[in-house]
Design a protein around this ligand. Structure first.
Ligand code: NAG
Length: 415
């Protein structure tokens, strides 16, 4: 190579290295919201739809063709999920103050109306982080994926925010102490709100105090907490990378597909079962659990809500989690990323033959590539779409065959 060219190349690499190290500059963000002029309605009708709801059509039948349309359709999907299954996501609190006590504990005092709660959050700073702070992974109930030592860690004690003991535990936890015991939110959506307060605290204190750059946060959790991690990523737009692990039904699976698998004799968790097991969903959901074809939103919309941010969905082949349902549902989700021109920002990996929530080492490189791309800001994410579920069982055409033609949408770069 000509010396001048190689010098230039080195210079370019050095410059891009600097740019990548600057917080947030090159990572896909979702700063834009639905323009107020086209804000969606507040309540939606039930539908009668065997296939998965069409992401490319508004509830009123209008097509989703432009970037603004998509941002407004995301707002609609969010409201539909809240209305039918998750309960209402409250606005930010009236006030929040944050202090660090020592180097590994953040204390938050949160006020909603006349209710006040003080909670503490355990933080492990990224080693050697400077004033700009480093990336961190928030673990819903702890982190059970192998996270590089260079990342910080935040343990989100989700049970204390909203309990998950049984259906009757709805209403217990600091979310409900603030919003009232009768609040409609199911535990998984309440967790999304509570994680938002942790991010508020990190933003208020700043990276010099916490060691963490709030623009470089991931979220992960497994099984029930994987359902939670997916909800956190879908409803908290400040999360840069979402990694739900073995979230199964209630997470990466679609309700309709899980019901269809159940009808075929699979031992799979369904909507009907899940509301009897726990308080993960809103009491509102009970009305629809025996007729999931009436839901205007299904869980491929969770992927649509995370888009275009980083999303790596990890699954297992355990029957109860619904391997066919998670694969087909997330294939549908990935087609939404594809329409946005960022298919690679979402990965799906279903590797079987290991214990529930034990991370398979064959996924190490995929996970690392997503963490590097979306949290560290280096390299490219691996193209990840693998599953042991058989193509024939997926019946994709019956799930998405009725959709409008896939548009080509370019989302504006975040501010
Ligand atoms: C759903 O079906 C189950 C069993 O078939 C029944 O016990 C339950 O009451 C039904 N729920 C609703 C809301 O109709």
């Amino acid at each position: 190579m000509h010396p001048t060219t190689s010098t230039l190349l080195l210079l370019l690499l050095a410059i891009s290295g600097l740019a990548l190290a600057a917080p947030g500059t090159t990572l896909p963000r979702q700063a834009a919201a639905c323009p107020a002029a086209t804000t969606t309605t507040t309540t939606y009708e039930a539908v009668d739809n065997k296939g998965l709801p069409d992401p490319w059509k508004f509830a009123n039948g209008n097509p989703v063709a432009t970037a603004d349309d998509f941002l407004c359709r995301q707002a609609e999907m969010s409201k539909m999920l809240q209305q039918f299954e998750l309960g209402d996501l409250p606005p930010p609190p009236d006030s929040l103050t944050a202090t660090m006590s020592g180097s590994s504990s953040m204390s938050l005092t949160i006020k909603v109306g006349s209710n006040t709660k003080t909670i503490s959050v355990s933080i492990t700073k990224p080693p050697g982080s400077n004033a700009a702070g480093g990336p961190a992974m928030i673990g819903v109930g702890g982190v059970s994926i192998p996270v590089p030592a260079a990342l910080g860690r935040i343990t989100f004690g989700n049970d204390a925010c909203a309990a998950q003991s049984n259906p009757a535990s709805h209403g217990s936890g600091w979310f409900f102490d603030l919003h009232g015991k009768a609040h409609s939110a199911g535990a998984t959506l309440a967790w999304a709100w509570c994680v938002g307060r942790i991010i508020d605290g990190l933003e208020k204190l700043g990276p010099a105090k916490t060691g963490i750059d709030p623009a470089r946060l991931g979220v992960s959790g497994c099984s029930r907490n994987g359902k939670g991690a997916f909800m956190v990523g879908a409803f908290e737009k400040r999360i840069a990378l979402t990694v739900p692990q073995e979230s199964g039904s209630g997470g990466a699976a679609c309700w309709r597909i899980s019901d269809s698998e159940k009808d075929k004799g699979q031992n799979i968790q369904t909507a009907r079962q899940i509301v009897r097991e726990n308080a993960w969903f809103s009491p509102k959901f009970t009305t629809y659990v025996n007729k999931t074809t009436s839901l205007p939103a299904d869980h491929h919309f969770l992927a649509a809500l995370v888009a275009p941010r980083g999303l790596l969905v990890l699954e297992n082949d355990i029957d109860w989690l619904g391997p066919v349902s998670t694969t087909a549902c997330m294939k549908a989700g990935r087609s939404i990323y594809e329409a946005l021109g960022v298919k690679g920002n979402m990965g799906f990996s279903l590797v079987g033959g290991h214990g529930h929530c034990s991370f398979p080492s064959s996924d190490n490189a995929n996970l690392l590539s997503f963490i590097n791309r979306f949290l560290v800001g280096t390299g490219t994410a691996n193209e990840v779409e693998q599953t042991t579920a058989k193509d024939a069982a997926l019946e994709m055409s019956s799930w998405v065959g009725g959709w409008s033609a896939q548009p080509k949408i370019t989302l504006p770069a975040a501010a």
